[in-house]
Design a protein around this ligand. Structure first.
Ligand SMILES: [Zn+2]
Length: 328
């Protein structure tokens, strides 16, 4: 990384190699950041210019068709639910959405689902297992809910090849440290399987959203590989604390830093510098397809943080590829 940089001291005089190492913050200031893509057509070229084999996006949704329609109907009513419009950018057929992601350069296509009541997760997991079998680039995903038999169907999903889990604390309405989930977290920690967890209080707060439940969970299961969705917005700093403290805790970028999210959940002062320091813990997430702007805008939102191309390479590819087990 340092070989890419012009080393200068505070007075702008160039330093030779072997002198005082630059702090991460200074590196971020000096490092070059290529401008992000302004449209989806520019994404592949941007990714190639960074020298990446593709994108490793950990936060993509594919759902059973009836459920996908329900989710879109829900977002169509965002005006009354969230107090703002939420127009869905990618309301195409499943085949068309897969083709779009291929064109954007995703090297694996997750199909994140989540349950809002008991008895749903088994059905969702059989659907995602089928998705993984019929879509060549699919990343086999699964979900779980605090209910009888949960550890059995989670082990079954792992046995069938699930490599990424997702749960939604606000929609699910359960505490992350619900007793019924304790054996599940133990299994996932032992297998080092990553779990995308929506647990921040934006865009909607729930009884169990916020850092407290995750803090309690990690105190019991410190070896978990958690991917905190949306950088934990709006509790950015609390979740960054956890990412700094626990080796397995990561933050996904889903919707963060976009014009849309900056209106209701802007970054707190000093947070950009924390993101720079957490370069190995920040992972690309997009929330495709139910986003109110083009995919390219997420990449642009990250690039305009101006944390350097090395930071972008880690976030767009290396960190997600490591978590998902992708090779270049
Ligand atoms: Zn999502």
């Amino acid at each position: 990384m340092t070989s890419m940089l012009v080393r200068r001291d505070v007075h702008g005089r160039a330093r030779g190699p072997g002198t005082v190492a630059l702090s991460n913050r200074m590196r971020a200031i000096v490092a070059v950041t290529t401008a992000g893509p302004t449209s989806d057509d520019e994404v592949a070229g941007y990714v190639a210019a960074l020298g990446l084999p593709g994108l490793a996006d950990v936060h993509v949704h594919f759902l059973p068709p009836a459920m996908q329609r329900q989710v879109w109907t829900y977002f169509d009513q965002a005006g009354t639910r969230y107090g703002m419009a939420w127009p869905i950018t990618y309301r195409q057929s499943e085949d068309e959405r897969i083709a779009i992601l291929r064109g954007l350069g995703l090297r694996a296509i997750p199909a994140l689902t989540y349950a809002h009541k008991p008895g749903m997760a088994v059905w969702l997991n059989s659907w995602t297992q089928n998705f993984a079998a019929r879509v060549p680039e699919a990343l086999h995903c699964a979900t779980f809910y605090p209910e009888p038999g949960v550890v059995d169907y989670v082990e079954q999903a792992i046995g069938a090849g699930a490599r990424l889990f997702k749960v939604h604390v606000e929609v699910g309405g359960f505490a992350p440290d619900d007793r019924a989930l304790e054996p599940v977290w133990r299994v996932l920690a032992q297998r080092r399987l990553p779990v995308v967890i929506h647990c921040g209080s934006a865009p909607l707060a729930g009884t169990h959203t916020g850092p407290a439940g995750i803090r309690r969970l990690l105190s019991r299961q410190p070896d978990l590989t958690l991917i905190i969705a949306h950088l934990g917005m709006p509790e950015y700093d609390d979740f960054a604390d956890l990412a700094e403290h626990y080796e397995g805790v990561h933050l996904d970028t889903t919707m963060a830093g976009t014009d849309f999210s900056n209106r209701f959940a802007p970054f707190p002062p000093g947070y950009r510098a924390r993101l720079a320091r957490l370069a190995e813990k920040v992972v690309l997430g997009s929330d495709f397809p139910s986003i109110p702007y083009p995919y390219a805008h997420q990449l642009q939102a990250l690039a305009r943080l101006d944390l350097g191309d090395d930071w972008m390479r880690a976030v767009l590819w290396s960190n997600g590829a490591r978590l998902l087990g992708l090779t270049a």
